[in-house]
Design a protein around this ligand. Sequence first.
Ligand SMILES: C[S@@+](CC[C@H](N)C(=O)[O-])C[C@H]1O[C@@H](n2cnc3c(N)ncnc32)[C@H](O)[C@@H]1O
Length: 243
Amino acid sequence: MSAASAGPAEPGLPEPPPAALEIFGDRLSDAVRYAELLAETGVRRGLIGPREVPRLWERHLLNCAVLSEAVPEDVTVCDVGSGAGLPGIPLALVRPDLRITLLEPLLRRTNFLQEVVELLGLDQVTVVRGRAEEVLSTLTPVHVVTARAVAPLDRLAGWGVPLLRPYGEMLAIKGDTAAEELKNARGALGKLGVVRSSVLQVGAGLVDPPSTLVRVEVGESPGGVRFAAKRAKAARRGARRSH
Ligand SMILES: C[S@@+](CC[C@H](N)C(=O)[O-])C[C@H]1O[C@@H](n2cnc3c(N)ncnc32)[C@H](O)[C@@H]1O
């Protein structure tokens, strides 16, 4: 194909910015490998758009890794709708203390996620194929659910909150719409057993602008009464199977 018919070359992956070293520390080379995999395999398989490549660092890897500031130590995490691994993979790179499940329904994406996990030696990460609302009876409830760009907060909460353990929390990266989405979701959150919710920013001084999160915390009954009954039924089924 001639250069004229090929059109202008897509801009490539830039060098990691200085904040990347600060954020990823001794895992920077793995973060670079992940950025390369997204820019090459990820684009080729249609998992991310080629126009995202020049902004992979700021808009995707760094923006997601700073979520770490809001995640407690030594907890279990489920990244709902992980797609090509965001925010789950950057979080795993900066936080080896976390046990992370990447939950994603599409096979093309779970294949990519599995490859990344193996290539980067992320032993604490498990890839599960499925929809959040369908894995309730098989996934062990987690301390923290994370999500970015999956659904409006009210719908996302309906999927993510029932996956939580009692007193767990969901952290959704939401950007400028955070406060508005939280306002609109208040009714839905109440029915799901949410006892507290807030908007917070993470990554100040590292990413510009800082990442905006919605945090929703549950009490004793994550998902509310309806899900408590479902979970009890799943537990009874599990107990019968093990006898
Ligand atoms: C726009 S992508 C965002 C991917 C990634 N979180 C990111 O920020 O780049 C939304 C992802 O959510 C997944 N998804 C949609 N509905 C879902 C559900 N009910 N449970 C789990 N994942 C879901 C889709 O397959 C898709 O990969």
